[in-house]
Design a protein around this ligand. Structure first.
Ligand SMILES: *Cc1c(COP(=O)(O)O)cnc(C)c1O
Length: 433
């Protein structure tokens, strides 16, 4: 019945997460509140490793795409589980550093890394840069020289694969701000440029074809294109490619109707193709890297709100307003992302009506779920939105000067705060009179 293994219903009919009563959590920590289950995050990490090991032995690894949810505690979990890390900004890098994440396992992504960010990464000893454009390549080379270092780089390639997902989260197409195109010769050119850079060491290639993908085919297609390109450049430049990073993008369940691919199936099928092709072309089997974000943390999180107002507009729509909204979850307003919600106080209740769950921000588009099938709802009820572990806290804002909610982690059946609720003082902290 539930779209996450972390969730259940207790004898009071309350929704539980990680075995803890969600209504108690809402009462103890206040609302809105993000709640996450540590066990499920760790299980997800372990599942990836198991599947990778099964498919390619020790010659593969997984990086956590930390933009999905980055804070000290979650990065500590990722490090303990043996994951590498994908960061895309100085702030994500700094968080990794402060969490004590092993820097040699950090991959620095992004389509416009500033010189300051590159310098910070080199100083901290970041293992790999995923290079997106030529300006960046020259900057990394120059700054590496200044620190007397050689930086390992991967190149982000646009394999031109359509992953049938929403336009805003589709990144493998030629019309993308990310990476080097194959068709135009741009990708070959950057390899040739990198070979001229004394402080650059070419490690591998990277692609990321999109997000929330439910099919194996686009991943296989992208892998084939990448291996073809490895063949081309191996012959043309007499180089070996050590690493092939196929990115993230594995879909998770937001709705009952979503049907995610099992990691095992996905990884198994993709690796089979990679192995066959490298053998056929007589290439060295590269180390295979996957970069999941959403699928590690998404279903491990829920957000709890209190219902403050129910407004029935006869023959038009019934609005249920909660004490959060687009400031803590901007995914509906950004790309109409769908979610499932429950009344946590009566999680067993049958659906009786269709309502629109709205936030409290001054935007008509501030909606959490449009046309949600819900049971009867009263003011004061606790509303739980499911699968909010990824791209919610990390995309939250202070719009309308709303303090960000806390993040409560359930560890071995005990809730504890891993990110504090912001205060009004936090809101004005950087204001200068
Ligand atoms: C966002 C992103 C990921 C993770 O994507 P998910 O859909 O969260 O798995 C991985 N790699 C890159 C380069 C990304 O931009």
């Amino acid at each position: 019945m539930f779209i996450s293994e972390a969730l259940n219903i207790n004898e009071k009919g309350h929704l539980t997460i990680g075995g803890v009563d969600s209504v108690d959590i809402a009462n103890e920590f206040g609302t809105p509140v993000y709640v996450m289950d540590e066990d499920l995050i760790r299980n997800n990490c372990q599942l990836y490793f198991k599947s990778i090991k099964k498919a390619c032995g020790e010659n593969g690894t997984a990086l956590y795409a930390s933009k999905a949810f980055s804070c000290l505690y979650v990065l500590k979990i990722a490090a303990e589980e043996g994951m590498g890390l994908d960061v895309v900004s100085g702030g994500e890098l700094y968080t990794a550093h402060k969490a004590g994440f092993p820097m040699d396992k950090v991959y620095f992504h992004g389509n416009n890394k500033t010189k300051d960010e590159i310098e910070l990464a080199i100083k901290l000893g970041v293992g790999h840069f995923v290079v997106d454009n030529k300006y960046e390549l020259y900057n990394i080379n120059e700054i590496s020289e200044k620190y007397n270092k050689v930086s390992g780089v991967l190149f982000r390639i646009k394999p031109g694969v359509d992953a049938h997902t929403h336009d805003f989260i589709r990144t493998g197409q030629i019309d993308s701000k990310f990476g080097f195109a194959l068709e135009t010769g741009e990708a070959e050119e950057i390899i040739s440029e990198a070979l001229k850079c004394k402080n650059i060491s070419i490690k591998g290639l990277h692609c990321h074809i999109g997000s929330q993908i439910f099919e194996v085919k686009p991943f296989i297609h992208a892998a084939e294109i990448m291996i073809d390109f490895i063949k081309t450049i191996s012959e043309k430049f007499s180089i070996e490619i050590d690493e092939l990073n196929l990115g993230g993008g594995f879909g998770i369940q937001y709705l009952d109707s979503d049907d995610p691919i099992g990691y095992d199936k996905y990884i198994g099928e993709v690796m089979t193709v990679v192995k066959e092709k490298t053998k056929e072309y007589n290439l060295k089997m590269p180390k295979m890297i996957l970069e999941p974000g959403r699928s590690l943390v998404g279903s491990a999180g829920i957000t709890l709100y209190k219902v403050g107002c129910v407004k029935d507009i006869p023959n038009v729509r019934k609005y249920v307003s909660v004490d959060g909204g687009m400031a803590d979850n901007p995914r509906y307003i950004m790309y109409n992302a769908p979610y499932t919600a429950l009344i946590a106080d009566r999680a067993d209740d049958k659906n009786t009506q269709t309502v629109t769950i709205a936030g409290k921000c001054c935007e008509s588009g501030d909606i959490l779920i449009k046309n949600a099938d819900m049971p009867d709802i009263k003011v004061g009820d606790t509303l739980a939105v499911l699968s909010t572990g990824a791209y919610n806290y990390s995309m939250s804002s202070n719009y309308n000067r709303i303090p960000k909610p806390p993040v409560v982690m359930i560890t071995n059946g005990k809730p504890h705060v891993i990110v504090k609720r912001e205060t009004y003082e936090d809101i004005i902290r950087n204001d200068v009179l």
